[in-house]
Ligand binder design. Structure first.
Ligand SMILES: [Zn+2]
Length: 485
């Protein structure tokens, strides 16, 4: 079965020929089989033709760092820093005791929202309390398959709490910092399940953040990743407090410490990197590791502005992510592309260094694919031989008058113009509606779960929270230490 996209205006976002007009594009068995002005259609058995006249075709957007189930806590909080936000999020989740079915429904809703906004591939950095379970991980994989998105489940691991570790230096018990959460058997069982499945879903191994993992756990992650050829994902130096704590815990450079552990390689994609120093960027670049920039989340939580221009100078591959539904608070990569371009203008006086719209579009497509080993060279571009993950936009008001397509895709578009979406050659959104799941039924399934979460959050807010006071006290120390940062 082959699909012909006819008379398409194709956006490649490449340096040379960023736009191709009047193209025919044939998708055969999930692959872009031919692309050109006039191709030999007789070589294919075309059974579907999509008229792309007046439409724009571009590679599917890649969300390289996300937390799907956080959609249940969407926009619950304002003006709190990441560590405080994280405490509330986790405790609300603990009180809710989400079942695998509920986790699956929430993940489906987030995947559905992403597909409708042009995201065709997502990394879900998945954590659940009180630890990973096979049923819950399979629920996320089920959400990928049911909606049709290309998903990588990055199972989150941790065995210590850095806030407790830092606090223990001023008198608290260091044993409180240790966390026993089961993961190994569960992870390996799901890995076997994914290996035996024929779909597009993949598994990654994903420390929550290095400072929340012992050196032993980080070594084990690297060993398993090499043994099973897996991508590694983690949060990295997202906040000032993490930066300050890392200098104390690792006597200097956290990234230098990770290199000594053998943790850095081209398997690694690290979210945020807001507080990475020049020498650490150099280590990331030489190892081939990628950074996933999450501009909306960094802004909302007051974490800072990631040094994207410096990352580029050092040669680091920079992808984009939305982070969770309560930190950014949408799952739109169009939003992240715009913010990435705009924020870069605060970090350099030289306008020629700013992130351009074309560069932002590559960050949201090809760079996202490059960040994830399972996707590298397979998606992210509209090119013969790549898997057919692409989106078709119709001309809506943000794209009118159409003076400069790439500028308008990044500076004007939010995802509302997305009409048709294909993942691995399958049409998963048509006329702006999901084709594989019923949206209204899905919303009804999620309503009672999110209502319950809101009630638990309201209960939490009424209690005084010693952890919040600890975070506030540590931030005061970190800010006082600013001169030495
Ligand atoms: Zn995150």
């Amino acid at each position: 079965m082959a699909i012909l996209c006819d008379n398409a205006l194709v956006v490649t976002a490449e340096e040379e020929k960023p736009l191709l007009e009047g193209q025919q594009l044939v998708i055969d068995r999930g692959v872009i089989a031919a692309l050109g002005k006039r191709i030999h259609l007789e070589h294919f058995s075309i059974d579907r033709r999509i008229d792309c006249t007046g439409r724009i075709v571009l590679p599917g957007l890649v969300n390289a760092h996300s937390h799907l189930t956080e959609i249940l806590q969407r926009s619950m909080r304002d003006n709190v820093r990441m560590e405080t936000w994280r405490g509330y999020r986790a405790r609300t989740e603990e009180m809710a005791h989400l079942t695998a079915e509920e986790i699956g429904a929430a993940a489906e809703l987030a995947c559905g929202e992403m597909l409708k906004h042009g995201v065709t591939a997502v990394v879900d950095h998945f954590s659940t309390r009180p630890g990973l379970s096979v049923a819950k991980m399979k629920a996320i994989l089920g959400a990928f398959a049911k909606t049709g998105i290309r998903g990588a489940l990055a199972a989150s691991l941790r065995d210590q709490d850095f806030i407790q570790l830092i606090s223990s230096r001023s008198g608290a018990k260091s044993s409180d910092a240790r966390i026993e959460e089961p993961w190994r058997e569960e992870f390996l069982e799901v890995l076997e399940y994914v290996k035996n499945s024929s779909g597009t879903s993949r598994l990654m191994i994903a420390p929550s953040s290095p400072q929340n993992c012992s050196d032993g756990l980080l070594r084990e992650v690297s060993r398993l990743a090499a043994q099973h050829d897996l991508g590694i994902h983690t949060h990295l130096l997202e906040t000032r407090l993490q930066f300050w704590a890392a200098r104390k815990l690792y006597r200097g450079s956290l990234v230098g410490h990770l290199r000594r552990l053998g943790f850095l390689s081209d398997r690694l994609s690290a979210a945020h990197g807001v507080w990475l120093r020049e020498e650490e960027l150099d280590l990331m670049a030489t190892s081939g590791a990628s950074i996933v920039h999450n501009p909306a989340s960094n802004l909302k939580l007051g974490s800072g502005v990631a040094p994207v221009i410096k990352m580029r100078k050092h040669g680091v591959n920079v992808a984009l992510g939305t982070d969770g539904g309560d930190t950014s608070d949408t799952y739109s990569i169009f939003d992240q592309m715009r913010l990435a371009a705009f924020l870069s203008r605060l970090t350099s006086e030289r306008s020629e260094e700013w992130v351009t719209a074309q560069e932002a579009l590559r960050m949201g497509t090809a760079n996202g694919a490059n960040a994830i080993p399972a996707w590298r060279g397979k998606i992210g571009k509209i090119k013969k031989g790549r898997r057919a993950d692409l989106i078709i936009l119709k001309s809506q008001l943000p794209l009118f008058p159409l003076n400069n397509i790439i500028h308008q895709l990044v500076f004007c578009e939010g995802g509302g113009s997305v009409d048709t979406v294909l993942v691995d050659g399958e049409v998963v959104v048509e006329e702006g509606r999901l084709t594989k799941v019923d949206e209204d039924t899905l919303v009804e399934r999620v309503k009672p779960i999110s209502k319950r979460m809101k009630q638990f959050y309201n209960q939490l807010q009424r209690r005084s929270d010693p952890a919040e006071r600890t975070v506030r006290r540590l931030y005061q120390k970190a800010f006082r230490d600013r001169s030495r940062s």
